[in-house]
Design a protein around this ligand. Sequence first.
Ligand SMILES: C[S@@+](CC[C@H](N)C(=O)[O-])C[C@H]1O[C@@H](n2cnc3c(N)ncnc32)[C@H](O)[C@@H]1O
Length: 262
Amino acid sequence: MHRELAGITELARTEGPRSAAERMAETLAWRLSPARRSFARRLEHERVLEREFDERFGVDTWGESSLTEVGVPANKAREGNGIYRGIWADVFHEALRGTGLPVDDLTFVDYGAGKGKALLLASAYPFRRIVGVEFAPGLCEVARRNLAVFHSPTQRCFSLGVEGADALEWEPPAEPLLCFFFNPFSDEVMERVIARITESWYRIPRDIYLLYVNIRNTDEQARVFDRCPELTLLRRDRHALLAKVTPHVVHECPAAPFLTPE
Ligand SMILES: C[S@@+](CC[C@H](N)C(=O)[O-])C[C@H]1O[C@@H](n2cnc3c(N)ncnc32)[C@H](O)[C@@H]1O
């Protein structure tokens, strides 16, 4: 709660009392919801697993960091949902297996790569290559260190990298993609990032899948994917939503019959 109050105070200072009041209402609604208690229990359990993962592989992906503390300006941090948190391994694997996609030909792109946890987990699959995009300089540095030291007996992809960039300005690679999002953005930023991806598809048509993961519920942002006409929803459950960029065909009306005046 201390961190949330600090965030609300920061918001009141940078964006005014209205935004702060809205954030306070959202925070209270979540704190009072019955789902929160079971989520809090799960969080405790996952924290233990996160520490075990870090110890086992000699990396640092654990914990949460406020984005303003890792070099992101306050307005950008708010658009980026305020905090870094690494994806939980079981949720990641379930979401990826749930896609049912053969991944050999796909490049895995983690939009908002944080400390690189999803990149490390993705390396257990035979992706063509794996790349992360992260705008927080402090997190990017940690991710690069993690990629450099990580070795796993189950690793199947060895081409891993992270680029320090804002997802809103980053150009998606011109190859078949699986774009992964672990709840990194506000609705508005997500819409703009999806628009960049679909524009890229129109320039270079290829397979592009979007996998959105939310450890609470995909309901939180599913509407953004639903209202994009270039996306076809392939699958959705509580934690994962899979969509594919598909051409938006404009159906032309058949020519009106020629009418002869009577
Ligand atoms: C919830 S964390 C997810 C970390 C990582 N994807 C994982 O699954 O372990 C979201 C990350 O998105 C990053 N982010 C938010 N907005 C961004 C933007 N516009 N461009 C690049 N990174 C962004 C944040 O800095 C944060 O590290």
